[in-house]
Write a protein that binds this ligand. Structure first.
Ligand SMILES: Cc1cc2nc3c(=O)[nH]c(=O)nc-3n(C[C@H](O)[C@H](O)[C@H](O)COP(=O)(O)OP(=O)(O)OC[C@H]3O[C@@H](n4cnc5c(N)ncnc54)[C@H](O)[C@@H]3O)c2cc1C
Length: 383
């Protein structure tokens, strides 16, 4: 896998060591895995990633937030080798992110070590049938009754739905209108009244479900942060992981370019190979430029976020937007270069073609990223 970018000034020696360790781990553990049952494969991957120590990157270490550069490097490397390994890794971070960022000492103690060791599978339950991009419109309610919260409602498109041990769930508690009236809760999967209403099949298989909350009772101290802070908690969690979605897309794109290079140099065309052809070379060059631009945007945003200080939402949105859109183009070009083989089941670029698609939709669709960028550009120009 391409490693040239690790010499960029965004990185320290420990990042290069991490990338090497992950690459070596993937070479042994991700090669030629046959996915028969996606649930058990995910559970196994979480356990293996935990045992290897990589899931520690996904959770707060004492008072320190997860480091975005390490998360991004891990996702880039895992995605290069196996989309499901990247998924298993990423969800441990996103699912427990609210606890890492806003949890009490007790919540962190109770959940984060188990997430980091791979013993507890995490999920992030925000989307509902009537509120996706418009998260401020969440309808699931949480009412306080004595020493408990009672949740009623429905969530959909929840990754790890059906295999998670807990769902960080966003619900309306009514402190204010819209975004000002939401709170976040830790809901254990075995809480009475929580059930998987439907499993959802998507183009690139992973555990995904619609959940129903039928008077789910959880203790008063299962709330994360203060009542009414849920929207901010959800958005800050998404902000932390947004760049890493781009990094996963980068991993897919790098793999597509490598597959295209291998195919083009091997495939006979007339008296030479496909790679000797000028049209092919132009395509390969465009793919490489898109990939480098993605990497620059991702690791700039990751470095800025790790450095802290100011608000880096625009850089993170640019990184996610560009990297996911560019990866789609790169993978499509790789499929085209492969001809019929490119759309044949079992060929890597066909798998990548399906793996990339949802990344342009979840954790803030491309249209939403453009809105974030444009609002940030305009905010200083408006009276
Ligand atoms: C594979 C997968 C995994 C997911 N995992 C999770 C998960 O773990 N947890 C979770 O909570 N959710 C998850 N989601 C849900 C995901 O976050 C939502 O699908 C996403 O937020 C979009 O919401 P929606 O599907 O309701 O589409 P909508 O919000 O209805 O959007 C439909 C279209 O309208 C566009 N659009 C929306 N608003 C605007 C606007 N203001 N201006 C212009 N265009 C706009 C969108 O970009 C999109 O193209 C997952 C989704 C998928 C596909």
């Amino acid at each position: 896998m391409e490693r040239g970018h690790l010499t960029w000034p965004f990185f320290e020696p420990r990042h290069r060591e991490l990338a090497d360790q992950l690459d070596a781990w993937c070479a042994v553990n991700c090669a030629d895995r046959y996915i028969d049952d996606v649930d058990s494969e995910c559970r196994t991957l979480v356990r293996e990633l935990g045992a290897a120590g990589f899931l520690k990157l996904c959770v707060a270490d004492g008072g320190n937030r997860p480091e975005v550069r390490s998360l991004a490097l891990a996702r880039e490397t895992l995605a290069y080798h196996a989309a499901l390994a990247d998924f298993a890794f990423a969800m441990q971070g996103l699912g427990s992110g609210a606890i890492s960022l806003f949890g009490t000492v007790e919540q962190k103690r109770d959940w984060l070590p188990r997430v980091a060791s791979g013993q507890a599978i995490a999920a992030f339950a925000m989307t509902e049938p009537a509120s996706g991009s418009d998260a401020a419109n969440i309808q699931t309610s949480a009412m306080r009754e004595g020493n408990e919260w009672v949740l009623v409602g429905e969530k959909t498109y929840i990754s790890n739905g059906g295999i998670a041990d807990f769902y960080v769930t966003f619900a309306r508690t009514g402190e204010g209108e819209g975004a000002r009236g939401l709170s976040a809760f830790i809901v254990p999967a075995d809480a009475g009244g929580l059930s998987v209403a439907e499993r959802i099949e998507v183009v690139a298989p992973h555990p995904l479900a619609r959940l129903t909350y039928d008077n789910v009772r959880i203790p008063a101290d299962a709330i994360v942060g203060e009542p009414g802070e849920g929207f901010r908690i959800g958005m800050e969690t998404l902000n932390l992981f947004r760049v890493t979605v781009g990094a996963a897309a980068l991993g897919f794109a790098r793999r597509a370019l490598d597959e295209a290079l291998a195919f083009a140099t091997d495939r006979r065309l007339g008296s030479g190979t496909l790679a000797d052809n000028a049209v092919t070379q132009e395509k390969l060059a465009d793919m490489a430029v898109l990939i480098d631009a993605s990497a620059l945007l991702i690791y700039r945003a990751a470095w800025q976020q790790d450095e802290g200080g100011t608000d880096h939402r625009r850089a993170a949105a640019m990184a996610k937007l560009h990297a996911t859109e560019a990866a789609q183009q790169v993978i499509d070009a790789a499929v085209q270069l492969h001809g019929g083989a490119g759309v044949t089941r079992g060929v890597k670029v066909e798998e990548l073609y399906r793996d990339i698609r949802a990344l342009r939709i979840y954790e803030g669709a491309s249209e939403v990223q453009r809105q974030i960028i444009a609002r940030d550009l305009l905010k200083e120009r408006r009276p």
